[in-house]
Design a protein around this ligand. Sequence first.
Ligand code: GCB
Length: 581
Amino acid sequence: MIANINARSTTSLDGQWQAIVDPYDVGAVDYRAQPLKSNGAFYKNYKPQSKSELVEYDFDSSGQLHVPGDWNTQRDSLLFYEGSVWYKRSFDYAKSPKKRVFVHFGAANYMAYVYLNGEELGQHEGGFTPFDFEITDRVRPEGNFLVLRVNNTRGKDQVPTVNTDWWNYGGITRPVTLVEVPETFIQDYLIQLEKGSTGQIKGWVQLNGPQLRQNVTIRIPEAGLSKSFQTDPAGHAEFSFGANLTLWSPENPKLYTVEISSETDQVTNHIGFRSIGVRGTDILLNGKPIFLRGVSIHEEAPLRSGRAWSEDDARTLLGWAKELGCNFVRLAHYPHNEAMLRMADEMGVMVWEEVPVYWTIQWENPVTLRNAENQLNELITRDHNRAALIIYSVANETPIGDARNRFLSQLIQQAHSNDPTRLVSAALQADEVEEGNRLSIRINDPIANELDVMGTNEYIGWYTRRVADLDSTDWTSKYDKPLVMSEFGADAVFGLHGDSQARWTEEYQESLYEHQIGMLKRITFLRGTTPWILKDFRSPRRTLPGIEDYLNRKGLVSDHGEKKKAFFVLQNFYRQLQNAN
Ligand code: GCB
């Protein structure tokens, strides 16, 4: 994967694409369920050569879908659709001499089968991470046609699996871009502060192409830095050097222009430098203890329905979080689009990113584990230069057991070894123990031993017990580690009023937040909160008519952007925390 394509010479393929809805995959397999190779295969984009020839598909008269975008919110008939849609887009491309060309996809949910000019380029599994294919020798000056079959059928062995509390939006949900690079190009690089240091930059550069041994220079003009290195025969160079930098923080999200140049290529990135670590139950940003004032966010557009993908979407969502007083967001439950991370870097919001290892997963299945590892890798590769990114979360509410423990342990090790500088967490669930007339909640999950930060989701006052019970609930942990309360919340319909005992009212939600905050203040090892959730979001599990209407209503903001009463309760708590610092 090519890192940071924003810094490249690119051509956008976004816009209207021709689209064929294919619920039975007739464009891919024949009536004996064998792969289609004839002109009947939709990726051939074949046209009848005479009036007698039978061809049963036609992209040009099949309607269009906008890319990027989920298909569910673009046509009423696709609202609940799960299956295949074929996309086609034609383009001309004048390739510069001695350059290589890649086609890059921000994401397509869930499987993507990609073809150029009637030939297969490859496949990608996983709905939320980027992928690219080289097309240097296949792209023509005129009349190219790029075809994708995107299939969002859920499967038990997938990541996520069949059961989730969010809408399974299908489609090419993020931008599609042609990227042109030199024959030997800078494929990826990591330029970050060394773990535990605020004055030492450590990282590597990786070249790709025929001329792998080169001089590479890292320049940070504003900091007066210029360092050169030689890559090894595999095109890799590691480096470490001292730097006197203004550190990135939410209060001062300083980004430097960093230039990485080799003899054949040059790229620029805006990079912030900060350290993140833990000491006992504290989380340290740039060496100082911090409290993560956060909120959970789904990747849904703030002011229209469907998947979010643009810079404007990111600005609005993170703007609401900042208005709440947040210095932190949890991007649940899968990798969000890259614009969110860039915006978080600029706006000074720390980020928890997550892979969709959610609820039940085939813990025993090695293919499922490889898939989860791959999604985690692609996420790390995409975002490892973002200062805002401080935590990787490897799972959400997964049931304790040997196979699950091994699975998560593998992901935790992988995150640590691929990116030693960031913290690793998971949203766990805790045990409830009655002690006299008080309730004790105990964090007791073997996987906590391997995490840097523990996350816990709890729904006291909504799914379990009553709101008043929060006043007599205490938390314990046998781990000397920080806790982020990664979820709590209640559903409320914006504008529905009643007393604080009445479900679905803003008053119920408001009261639950007040009592939750009372309880949270008593947890001595609590270092962050990301209540559930910033905005009402689509969920197929939420069927109650007139109330849910297929929306999870736990938003602090409604699906139309209206702030509920609980928004102001949380805002007030975060103001107190901010003033106490
Ligand atoms: C949870 C899940 C989240 C759900 C939420 C709810 O525990 O982690 O994905 O949406 O509860 O509203 O039930």
